[in-house]
Design a protein around this ligand. Structure first.
Ligand code: DDQ
Ligand code: CA
Length: 268
């Protein structure tokens, strides 16, 4: 149906153009909206990743990766040894929930659920559940800086949350030259920028956390291929973690056999 509509639209456009009703220059300029520059990456190292992990959240803390996985009945929170890919600790999430983004705040680990509007609070050392919080809408990903948490929900908005009360304190809309960028998924705060991979694409957006403007894109299509991911199904790019002390950036995807350390190259 979509295809049909598109081809009809194309036909209509061709007819209109055929009649000589060419769009004025201003409109043409609009149709070819500018977008932020696209940069690449260099691959530093590949690490093993559990191919059963439907990765929804990823961060790095004190030598370990923390990963949450999704799907009801298969959602886990794990402390993962980067070198081996094995879990040092693991917690099974209540099977009624689809686990989503995670972030650490002091001794606590917060987790979102996809559509249940409830989040869980765990002790980060024992993974014991110590509380819950609520929010409206969907829960996709979490990250943080020193002052606040950032939450994505599948829309083009990123919410700011107070890290102690988990209440929303503000939000930004993520736009590229004025065009909203939807489906923002896994997040990571890196050196003053927010990185967000866009669901079902091979790209990470580099976002100014104050204005929401996309300052550049990182194209990771090559990495999805290197990971052996089809890129067409659910095994999409999802998972960004940053080791601030070692200045190491890690990315992976849902069910990918590898986690990659990459270095960003300047945008063109
Ligand atoms: N989200 O990560 C974009 C928030 C949700 C992805 C949900 C994908 C559902 C796939 C279900 C597959 C069943 C095998
Ligand atoms: Ca992350």
């Amino acid at each position: 149906m979509t295809l049909l509509r598109r081809s009809l639209g194309g036909l209509l456009a061709a007819v209109v153009l055929g009649l000589g009703l060419v769009a004025p220059a201003g409109l043409t300029g609009c149709a070819q909206a500018a977008s932020a520059p696209v940069g690449g990456y260099t691959l530093v190292k590949a690490y093993p990743h559990d191919t059963t992990a439907f990765t929804e959240g990823l961060f790095y803390r004190d030598g370990f990766l923390y990963e949450s996985t999704g799907l009801k009945g298969r959602s886990l929170i794990r402390k993962v040894n980067l070198e081996t890919g094995f879990s040092e600790a693991e917690r099974i999430v209540d099977s009624r929930y689809f686990g989503e983004g995670i972030v650490d705040w002091g001794k606590r680990l917060y987790e979102l659920t996809w559509t249940d509007e409830v989040g869980f609070i765990y002790d980060i050392d024992t993974f014991e559940k110590i509380g819950e919080f609520s929010y409206s809408g969907e829960g996709w990903a979490l990250t943080r800086d020193d002052k606040r948490l950032y939450m994505s929900d599948g829309t083009s908005f990123i919410r700011f949350l107070d890290p102690d009360t988990l209440k929303e304190t503000g939000r930004i809309e993520v736009t590229d030259h004025g065009v909203p960028v939807r489906n923002l998924n896994e997040l990571e705060y890196v050196k003053g920028e927010l990185l967000a991979n866009v669901w079902q694409t091979t790209r990470i957006a580099r976002i100014n956390p104050t204005t929401g403007q996309v300052t550049g894109w990182i194209e990771l299509a090559g990495l999805a291929k290197a990971a052996g991911a089809s890129g067409n199904g659910d095994d999409v790019l999802n998972g960004i973690a940053y080791d601030a002390k070692g200045d190491r950036l890690f990315v992976t995807g849902k069910l990918w056999p590898k986690i990659f350390e990459i270095k960003l190259t300047p945008s063109q």
